[in-house]
Design a protein around this ligand. Sequence first.
Ligand SMILES: C=C(O[C@@H]1C=C(C(=O)O)C=C[C@H]1O)C(=O)O
Length: 191
Amino acid sequence: MPFHPVSMSSWSSRPLPWCRVRRWLTAGGSLSARLQAVCESFTVQRLRQGPSALRAGEAAALNKPGGRVHAREVVLRCDGEPIVYARSLVDARHVRGPWRALRGLGTRPLAQLLFQDRAIARSALEYQRLCPAGAWRRQVARRWLEATGEPLPAGTWWARRSRFRKGGATLLLLEVFSPALERRRTVKRRR
Ligand SMILES: C=C(O[C@@H]1C=C(C(=O)O)C=C[C@H]1O)C(=O)O
């Protein structure tokens, strides 16, 4: 029987209970690579990239009391279907330093920076179920409407968060998973 513990309404690195997108949420390595393996076409729709204000919980997660950050927001599409909203951010100073490659990324997946450099270490994953009336769900709904022209699809939305360290500078990555992902395998079907 599916179980949504209320306690997952804030970030937790505890093992995830069963949920329909659990396999995707807990999969290690590159999400883009996994999606490329199971989708006929995989694209990154870049919504915005540049100076941004910090959102709920981001200052603490970046260990940055305030000030400006450089943020990148995208929607990942599998066979044209929007299925993940992602927001990655670094201290604005670091986009001229360890994370300068962010600026030239365009619509290439962020994974190309994160998983091809052995000097980059990833933290443990944290998970959160987006509360229907929560601030994050409202933020994601605004970006989803901007990206797709559609309201956020109904259903339970889960997010995961992780940090990537490079040269003493942290990149915070938030990935929000559409319930539509439950229909997709996480690995290619064996022929
Ligand atoms: C970090 C990855 O890159 C993906 C691509 C992103 C982008 O291009 O901004 C953001 C989130 C990720 O899901 C990954 O593939 O694991």
